[in-house]
Write a protein that binds this ligand. Structure first.
Ligand code: C2O
Ligand code: CU
Ligand code: CU
Length: 541
């Protein structure tokens, strides 16, 4: 994408906005570009935040500062605990309470367009950060919404047309927590014992600047960096006491998938997924975490010796039988790869060896710890009986044409939707996400030709805006040897807004589309895929 090309497209897009806005039913679309959105006087905000997107130079590695894009926030009204700054490039952690009315003055101070999306939050369409609302430098976008989500961990990030991947990569992201009454009754670890872990991979030049190399292969696979950062820091180490902690983990990486496990084989105890707390804690040997997914863990360091440590790792996974062309550099973690070598031609997905994510150092012995609750939050289960049109299944077909990924045979177009993408408001839909391999000859699908086999056998984290959904079924219809290495790491029982669709896998979900009309995106959250057009609108009306 050249700059000129980009600007021209932007121009066409903005030129189209006014006429289309008028043509689209639902006056919510009628918004004039620029900084003239005035607060709604009847919306009595409990919390007001000024949020800026700007450039900054921050310390990440020893030596020169790194030039980044960064959200900075200022609390104008509301509880002092609403914003929590993190050192580095990440935006402040925003702590919401269920029921709060929130007003956010978002101001773009970047020399390029930008818009912000509240990933996981159920908000009206004009507040959702659809790329059609991107603003230019020195313009302001006003968000007003009520926090209706239950307690859980969400996040915010830029969602700018064809710039989401580079903007998020350069820093435009931050965590959101929501708390509520039901959660407080559980007495989960809080305060210093409630720890956010935002995992991202980055790549640096020799003078500490972020490198974002996108040759064709890296574009197809999505960016993989060779340095793991947690909360924006390298070699992340957390001093802990001998008691239980709550970890809120977000995979904020552009494309890298993690297989999280404890270094000493202690099972993972999950207490929450994307949309909030589980019905009850669930033990797994490891948990798969794809871009944009969140998982909340309970970890108890009671009984461990001060001076000892335990690390959260990402274990090796993937298809070990297909080491063609590159000697197994599938993780892209090997030095000198720069992430765009031949190695990935035979590398559909995965990671070659265990890597360290974060180290927990036991520093202090204490005798008191909360106990893991047996049950957490009741979860009403959707069944097929709840679906508004039982015989209708909304398709999300993952496909590929002309070296670009598609959904339902099309790439993103700002205001475009098809009949199958029209959803009645206040309905509950059954949605089937599957790989559409039509047009891929059998010979092409297994590593033939231009690496087509690899392309077709990629995992895709599919995200749907709006309300959280439930997973109805996961079916492996096309055996893929890599699946064995990941299959025990999926949590299918919780509320989700992003689901990792493995090669050969078909996933059915049930999702409500309540309260709000308008365009709600669904897309691959491999951000390079998203920017190349693996995104579509649902038109809820
Ligand atoms: Cu986190 Cu549409 O994105
Ligand atoms: Cu989202
Ligand atoms: Cu994808």
């Amino acid at each position: 994408m050249t700059n000129i090309n980009y600007k021209r497209r932007q121009f066409i897009q903005y030129a189209a906005t006014s006429t289309l806005a008028a043509a689209i039913p639902g006056s919510s679309f009628a918004r004039t570009q620029g900084s003239n959105m005035t607060p709604n006087p009847s919306f009595k905000a409990d919390v007001e935040i000024a949020l800026n997107a700007q450039t900054a130079d921050v310390a990440i590695l020893p030596g020169p500062l790194t030039h980044v894009l960064k959200y900075t926030g200022k609390l104008l009204k509301g509880p002092a605990s609403t914003l929590r700054e993190l050192p580095g490039y990440l935006g402040p952690i925003i702590n919401f309470e269920q029921g709060q009315k929130v007003r956010i003055y978002f101001s773009n101070q970047l020399p390029e367009p930008c818009i912000t999306h509240w990933h996981g939050m159920h908000v009206p369409q004009p507040m959702d950060g659809h790329p059609m609302y991107a603003i230019h430098r020195d313009e302001q976008y006003l968000y007003e919404f009520e926090v209706t989500n239950p307690a859980g961990t969400n996040w915010y990030h830029s969602h700018t047309h064809e710039l989401t991947a580079p903007q998020v990569y350069q820093g435009l992201a931050g965590l959101i927590t929501v708390s509520d009454e039901n959660e407080r009754k559980l007495g989960l670890p809080s305060g210093e014992f409630d720890v956010p872990l935002i995992i991202q991979d980055r790549s640096f030049s020799s003078n500490n600047q972020l490198r974002y190399i996108l040759g064709m292969h890296q574009r197809m696979r999505g960016f993989h960096g060779d340095v793991i950062l947690v909360n924006g820091q390298k070699d992340y180490t957390i001093p802990v006491k001998t008691r239980a902690y709550r970890l809120r983990i977000l995979n904020g990486s552009n494309a890298r998938i993690y297989k999280l496990a404890w270094s000493d084989g202690t099972p993972i105890t999950a207490i929450g997924t994307d949309g909030g707390l589980l019905e009850k804690p669930q033990n797994l040997p490891y948990v798969m975490l794809a871009p944009a997914e969140r998982v909340e863990l309970w970890v108890d360091f009671s009984g461990r010796k001060p001076g000892s440590d335990i690390t959260l790792q990402s274990l090796a996974f993937g298809d070990s039988s297909s080491h063609m062309g590159g000697g197994g550099m599938r993780g892209g973690m090997r030095r000198g790869m720069g992430g765009d070598g031949m190695g990935m031609m035979g590398a559909p997905f995965g990671q070659d060896e265990a890597i360290t994510i974060a180290k927990f150092q036991i520093t202090e012995q204490i005798s008191d710890s909360p106990k893991l609750p047996e049950t957490l939050i009741p979860m009403p289960r959707f069944t097929l009986q709840d679906i508004t049109h039982p015989d209708k299944v909304v398709p999300i077909a993952i496909g590929m044409r002309h070296m670009s990924f598609q959904l339902n045979g099309r790439t993103f177009d700002m205001y475009d939707y098809m009949e199958s993408e029209q959803i009645p408001v206040n309905s509950i839909q059954r949605i089937k996400i599957f790989h559409d391999n039509r047009g891929m000859g059998g010979g092409m699908r297994r590593g033939g030709g231009m690496g087509m086999g690899m392309m077709m056998s990629m995992p895709h984290p599919i995200h749907l805006h709006g309300q959280q959904f439930q997973i109805l079924s996961r079916t492996q219809i096309d055996q893929n040897s890599g699946y064995e290495t990941v299959k025990h790491g999926f949590i299918n029982s919780g509320w989700k807004d992003t689901v990792l669709v493995m090669p050969g896998e078909e996933i059915e979900i049930i999702k409500p589309f309540n309260d709000f009309k308008g365009f709600f995106l669904y897309h691959c959250h491999n951000l390079e895929h998203e920017d190349m057009g693996m995104m579509r609108n649902f038109y809820v009306s």
